[in-house]
Design a protein around this ligand. Structure first.
Ligand SMILES: C[S@@+](CC[C@H](N)C(=O)[O-])C[C@H]1O[C@@H](n2cnc3c(N)ncnc32)[C@H](O)[C@@H]1O
Length: 225
């Protein structure tokens, strides 16, 4: 097996065996897993395998989307669910903080197990549509990652970007076309969402997450100058 660091993302590696490529994050809590993920050990380092079918950011990295995450980054994560992707983000920004917003009490309660083991996550049972409710806790962040299946995904992202994203920070937004409008062509839905976003942020990249997530796209954007 060959090991190669993923450029621009700390603590993340490509593991290559023949033609098979997998991602692995360096386990911040060696010996512990969180959702039944596989692990592998290379040169004494424990890596948790990050499955692109279970995480849209992992899928985006497999699709070679130029995402950057530093170990010191402060991140606002909207739609953390039970923490599958969040656990890998926590492996990456080991010296930063992730504010993890989740509206479902059932999912948020499962998040607590992860947060008890990881001091770099602050879980918040909040509605991402009402960012002023958590303005007292969250400061300016380097990255906003949003993975929320709602009709008004763009609007939620913009509200949070305006309150929390640093001037040179990045918004990483997953767009689930079918959550916005099941009856329209996903490409038309995407175009309309992008037009909405472009009124207020500058989009640098858009990628389809096929074959990992059907009718899903990821976009990277910055605050307009
Ligand atoms: C697709 S799941 C997220 C999966 C997660 N990002 C992962 O990769 O492990 C979407 C989550 O967004 C949450 N959600 C939906 N609307 C929300 C809102 N307004 N505020 C916060 N969370 C919300 C849902 O409860 C659900 O847990």
């Amino acid at each position: 097996m060959e090991l190669e660091k993923v450029s621009n993302i700390d603590n993340l590696y490509w593991l290559t065996t023949g033609r098979r490529e997998e991602l692995g994050t360096k386990n911040k809590t060696p010996g512990r897993t969180f959702y039944g993920e596989r692990r592998t050990w290379v040169n004494g380092c424990e890596l948790r395998i990050w499955n692109p079918y279970r995480s849209k950011i992992a899928a985006a990295i497999h699709r070679r989307t130029p995402i950057s995450i530093r170990k010191t980054d402060e991140i606002l994560y909207l739609g953390a669910a039970t923490g599958t992707t969040l656990s890998h983000i926590s492996d990456i920004n080991t010296e930063g903080i992730t504010y993890a917003v989740e509206v479902s009490p059932t999912s948020a309660s499962k998040l607590l197990t992860l947060c008890e083991a990881r001091e770099n996550i602050i879980p918040m049972l909040e509605d991402a549509e009402k960012p002023r409710d958590y303005q007292g806790i969250v400061g300016e962040v380097d990255i906003i990652y949003q993975d929320i299946a709602q009709r008004n995904q763009a609007e939620i992202a913009l509200k949070n970007t305006e309150l929390f994203l640093k001037e040179k920070g990045e918004l990483i937004l997953t767009i689930k076309a079918r959550s916005i409008d099941v009856s329209s062509n996903p490409r038309d839905v995407l175009r309309r969402e992008l037009e909405r976003l472009e009124e207020r942020v500058k989009i640098s990249h858009i990628k389809s997450l096929k074959p990992y997530h059907r009718d899903h796209y990821i976009t990277i954007a910055r605050v307009k100058d």
